[in-house]
Design a protein around this ligand. Structure first.
Ligand SMILES: Cc1cc2nc3c(=O)[nH]c(=O)nc-3n(C[C@H](O)[C@H](O)[C@H](O)COP(=O)(O)O)c2cc1C
Length: 338
């Protein structure tokens, strides 16, 4: 497994859900940079499990420990940063019956097919939503570096279980939980202040770069930029964003159906995208599966601690992914212009 993203702001995520620790190495942060450690921890806390009534009962403090590259007061003193989080709340026995019986909707089967039957899938192994904690470390630092460049990223929940009103979203989660089931949802994300002219055509466009890292978030099944799939049923006259000169002399668009990207390159308008999350695969109600050791069809009941909906906890993760992608692309542009 490589789990590496980026060329200029380069991160590699390591560990597994029930390993001693999970973490990330980061290259590209200039020595002498000061990381606001309190701000970073506050960002981590938005994702940490066990914080609200819908979140998994697995309580983890998700305290960031810098093993290399960052001093106690946040000073970056090396090109290579290593940050870890120790896993404290592990219950392996919850996963005993999953050793040979894969959970429908999870990566248990495909992980074994790819890496062999002895792969440690306890707690979801390297496929766990827990691996998004190190992504948030890298993303939290990236967000701070972007703020210094005048760029702000924020994500919001658009829908849960097909509902878009906050009260109905909560009810959808509550009802799914009572039914021993789960629901998915949609997160929208916006990056404001992104300079125009970042990105490249074809394979290195800003859409490509964001999509690649966003699909690294477990349970993501779709992404659309700007009007996305709705553009397919619009006419050019309504989908095209008309240009105008702003007071500062820059070219802006009257609408932003393009989501701030044309030809893979930023327009200077906010970069906007939406991400679809599937329902949490591990559900309490009985499901049909197979026993890979006996070769029989079996019924499966999953124990353990699982969110009936992962969307609220994924909000900072989407922001983190967006921040890493944009910072990597912006650093590339800054280097090539020097
Ligand atoms: C923050 C977060 C928390 C998650 N928690 C759970 C969980 O408690 N139980 C579960 O079955 N899946 C959970 N997932 C989703 C699985 O990790 C994911 O569905 C699985 O690895 C299969 O990958 P895929 O859905 O991308 O194909 C979580 C995902 C995220 C982003």
């Amino acid at each position: 497994m490589h789990n590496t993203y980026g060329d200029n702001y380069r991160l590699t995520i390591f560990g597994a859900s029930h390993a001693e620790k999970i973490g990330v190495t980061i290259q590209g942060v200039p020595e002498g940079t000061i990381i606001d450690l309190k701000n970073l921890q506050a960002f981590m806390d938005r994702r940490a499990p066990g914080r609200d009534r819908f979140s998994t009962a697995r309580r983890e403090p998700d305290q960031v420990v810098f093993e290399k590259g960052v001093s106690e007061d946040g000073l970056v003193d090396s090109d290579l940063i290593t940050a870890v989080i120790f896993n404290t709340n592990i219950r392996r026995k919850d996963y005993d019956n999953l050793r040979t019986v894969p959970r429908p909707g999870h990566a248990d089967l495909t992980a074994r097919l790819r890496y062999g039957k002895d792969i440690d899938m306890s707690g979801g192994g390297a496929f766990s939503g827990r691996m998004t904690a190190p992504l948030c470390i890298a993303g939290g630092i990236a967000k701070q570096l972007l703020v210094k460049r005048g760029i702000r990223i924020s994500a919001a929940i658009d829908a849960i279980g097909g509902q878009s009103e906050p009260e109905k979203m909560e009810q959808a989660i509550e009802q799914a939980k009572m039914d021993g089931d789960s629901v998915g949802g949609i997160i929208s994300c916006k990056a404001e202040g992104v300079p125009a002219g970042i990105g490249d055509p074809m394979f290195d466009g800003i859409e490509n770069r964001i999509a690649r890292i966003v699909f690294g978030i477990p349970a993501v099944k779709g992404i659309e930029f700007g009007t996305g799939f709705r553009a397919a049923s619009m006419r050019g006259s309504s989908n095209n964003d008309a240009f105008y000169y702003d007071e500062d002399g820059s070219v802006k668009t009257q609408t932003n159906h393009a989501g701030g990207i044309l030809g893979g390159i930023t327009t200077g308008m906010p970069v906007e995208f939406r991400t679809a999350f599937k329902p949490t695969p591990s559900i309490a109600r009985q499901q049909e599966s197979v026993d890979l050791s006996s070769g029989e069809n079996v019924s499966l009941t999953i124990s353990g601690r699982h969110d009936p909906c992962i969307v609220p906890r994924a909000l900072p993760v989407v922001e983190a992914a967006c921040a890493c992608a944009l910072l990597d692309a912006i650093m590339e542009a800054e280097t090539s212009r020097q």
